[in-house]
Design a protein. Structure first.
Lengths: 563, 183
């Protein structure tokens, strides 16, 4: 009953975000929002960019790659030099070259996979200037690519799809910065730490315990971590750590923040293509999968933990509390983890590794669907649009008519690009998982034995290939193999999809719009939503079922066996 | 290409200054001004109410059997995090049994929260039921009447926030600090 009210409040908050943040985003990217135009002007002058000049898709992609490359180098450099740089009260030494590579790739690609424990590895300067910065810019880059694709769909006979620099700057300044700042203050008011003073030593005279309490600039990183669908927390325990996510209120705020932009972008999309119903159809597909997965995973976690039950010493009225925090309980914990796996955020407020087999299955498959329900900031929308194009293509084959989407003829080039974008992730994930399980170096990372150990490996590479960053955290990823392979996985998962998307944007922008006729296959009704869901579930199911059967499914079926 | 490179370098460095320094520093300033208690770690003289502690013996209420990591004393706190033991882990079965036996030896009734570890490894809270299960043990060892202890638990129970968000819980450090004052 209580939880139903929580869901209702979440739905209300997201509805507001969909309507108002969605329309604000449209205004931002079309240049009608100007309250920071003085700052924008300064930025463009420094960048040497003419904000009025738009780019063709190739130039847009080149700008994106060059910017991401420079960001990668700067982030890597800061991590390597942190020992010599200020704001390092714990006197931490440089992160190793391989760890720095993996972490830099991870934050630049909006993944936020962490092969390190923040409080014991990263100086305050690294957390701020290397990692928090990327939490802003990588999210803005994702949104920019989504907007570029939507421009391609909404324009006719155009050669350009917008200006990468302008889109990225606007996303940062008008959207991410103000919301993150206000939300950051809420986190701190609730109890998240935010200080530059180092850890504090406290002796408790009651029990004789002495503790070193880690601190740092946490609260304001927490807000952009969620809003930017990044997920990389300050502390190792991420959103489970009370110094980072102190109360039930911050827990729900986190869920709202990480869903808000991906959900709002469907409204933005509808407004830009001139039909809100088109956006609603996409939102319906996202929402249905999200609701089913939340219900499924919540139910699975409300069941007893098999190992605790096998010990035979306690009842488990709440369900599986291993790896969960008392202040969140089972259902709110599950909601958070489901939302963060399905938005490519990857933050956790409970330990996925200790979820029941079917609970872990829910989190893992949420990522395997390609991060589109609703997916990351921008990446969710553009990946879902790839699925929509595949869906209209299949619909067109069924009725024997050239498929169209939003008045654009979908021809050979578009279908090839969309299929490429859809298939890049499963190929990267499965090939690298295969290599990892074949090599001793890959198998050595697993912490649990039996099928759960395989799930740890599969989960890690699925998470990185989808730029999620959630972890079955038992896996020891800070090894030569996982730092290297994970970095490649993340780069392919990010740019292997972004390039086809931008090429598609260019191809679509240059096309003329065909008028709607009675034979047009409609893409704003329930039939289309069902077709789209079918494509998403069949692609995801067919590609990943064999791997899943060796992991969580086998574990679920091994009744009475312990490893 | 060269102009693109220039734009990229300037944007990366500008973002570093704005989001990497100005943003967190302004946030720290606002936090220290408006919420100094929270921003500095919710510290009391006996520890942070947000970080669980190890409690030994039947005279105290026990929290979850976490490592309560930040105990390392070499200048760097330990890392937070859960046990990461899977749902079919033999080690978890054995751990739960050992924890339950330990609680029974001290005279407390084991509950699910009291034999499983948390996600953070520093969970500061237990549910009121977890606390009530320890009342006979604490009462026997301290001489404080059970009714007095139950009243204490009731007054310190917080949540659900807004009346419906999540479960109710008790902060173990606050509970034990109040207990110490009763003696």
């Amino acid at each position: 009953m209580h939880f139903a009210l929580t869901l209702l409040l979440l739905a209300a908050a997201l509805a507001l975000s969909w309507r108002y943040l969605g329309s604000y985003l449209e205004a931002v990217y079309s240049g009608r929002v100007r309250w920071l135009s003085w700052a924008e002007r300064v930025v463009y002058r420094l960048l040497g960019v003419d904000p009025g000049r738009e780019q063709r898709w190739r130039e847009y992609a080149v700008s994106l790659v060059v910017f991401s490359g420079v960001s990668l180098i700067v982030t890597y450099g800061l991590l390597r030099l942190q020992g010599q740089l200020p704001l390092n009260p714990q006197h931490l030494r440089a992160a190793s070259p391989l760890l720095s590579w993996n972490t830099a790739v991870s934050f630049v690609t909006n993944t936020n996979w962490q092969n390190y424990a923040g409080e014991t590895t990263m100086s305050y300067l690294s957390q701020m200037a290397a990692l928090t910065v990327q939490q802003f810019t990588s999210a803005a880059v994702g949104m920019a690519v989504a907007i570029a694709l939507v421009r391609g769909l909404s324009r006719a006979g155009a050669s350009t799809i917008g200006n990468f620099w302008v889109d990225t700057v606007r996303g940062c300044l008008y959207v991410l910065l103000p919301i993150a700042f206000v939300a950051g203050a809420v986190y701190v008011a609730q109890g998240a730490v935010q200080t530059l003073a180092g850890p504090v030593l406290i002796h408790d005279v009651l029990n004789g315990a002495t503790q070193l309490i880690p601190r740092g600039p946490v609260g304001f990183m927490e807000s952009i971590k969620q809003l930017g669908t990044n997920g990389g927390g300050f502390f190792n325990a991420n959103g489970a750590d009370p110094l980072e996510n102190p109360t039930q209120l911050t827990n729900l705020l986190s869920v709202v923040l990480l869903l808000s932009i991906p959900v709002a972008l469907t409204y933005t999309f509808g407004k830009m293509v001139g039909s809100r119903r088109q956006g609603l159809a996409l939102l319906a597909a996202m929402g249905l999968i999200f609701a089913v997965w939340t219900g499924f995973t919540g139910y699975a976690e409300s069941q007893p933990n098999p190992a605790v039950a096998a010990a035979g010493v306690v009842a488990q009225p709440q369900g599986n509390m291993e790896g969960k925090e008392v202040r969140f309980g089972v259902l709110d914990s599950t909601l958070y983890d489901v939302a963060s796996t399905q938005t490519s955020t990857g933050s956790v407020d409970s330990t996925p590794d200790s979820y029941t087999p079917m609970g872990g299955f829910g989190l893992l498959t949420g990522m395997m669907l390609g991060e589109i329900t609703p997916g990351g900031d921008g990446s969710g929308l553009y990946t879902l649009l790839l699925f929509a194009i595949v869906a209209v293509f299949i619909g067109g084959l069924m009725v024997g008519r050239t498929p169209e989407y939003l008045g654009k003829k979908i021809q050979s080039r578009e279908v090839k690009l969309a299929s490429l974008g859809v298939l890049v992730m499963p190929v990267a994930v499965l090939v690298i998982t295969g290599i990892a399980t074949a090599l001793p170096a890959g198998r050595a990372g697993a912490f649990n034995s039996g099928p759960h150990g395989f799930t740890e490996i599969l989960y890690a590479l699925t998470s990185q290939g989808n730029n999620n960053g959630s972890a079955f955290a038992g896996l020891n990823g800070n090894s030569t193999f996982y730092n290297l392979a994970g970095g490649i996985d993340m780069l392919v998962g990010r740019f292997g999809i972004m390039f086809p998307v931008l090429a598609l944007a260019g191809a679509l922008a240059s096309k003329q719009t065909v008028p709607v006729s009675r034979g047009t296959f409609r893409t704003d009704n329930a039939t289309f939503v069902v077709l789209l869901l079918g494509v998403i579930l069949i692609v995801g199911g067919l590609t990943f079922f064999p791997a899943l059967s060796l992991g969580p499914l086998l574990e679920q079926l091994s009744h009475g066996r312990f490893f | 290409m060269i102009t693109q490179l220039r734009s990229a370098v300037v944007l990366a460095l500008g973002a570093l200054l704005l989001f990497g320094l100005a943003y967190p520093l302004a946030g720290t300033g606002v936090s220290q001004l408006l919420f100094p208690q929270q921003a500095n770690g919710s510290l009391t003289k006996n520890g942070s109410t947000l970080v669980g502690q190890p409690w030994n013996g039947p005279q105290w209420f026990h929290g979850r059997p976490d490592p309560d990591n930040p105990l390392r004393l070499d200048g760097v706190p330990g890392a937070s995090g859960g046990s990461n033991l899977g749902p079919r882990s033999r080690q978890l079965v054995a751990g739960v049994r050992a924890e339950a036996a330990h609680l029974r030896r001290m005279g407390a009734q084991p509950t699910a929260d009291l034999v499983t570890s948390s996600g953070s490894g520093i969970d500061p809270d237990i549910t009121p039921q977890d606390a009530l299960a320890q009342v006979p043990m604490v009462s026997r060892s301290t001489g404080i009447p059970e009714s007095r202890l139950r009243r204490l638990i009731r007054t310190l129970t917080v949540g659900p926030e807004l009346g419906f968000l999540g479960p109710s819980y008790v902060d173990v450090l606050q509970l034990n600090s109040a207990l110490a004052r009763l003696r």
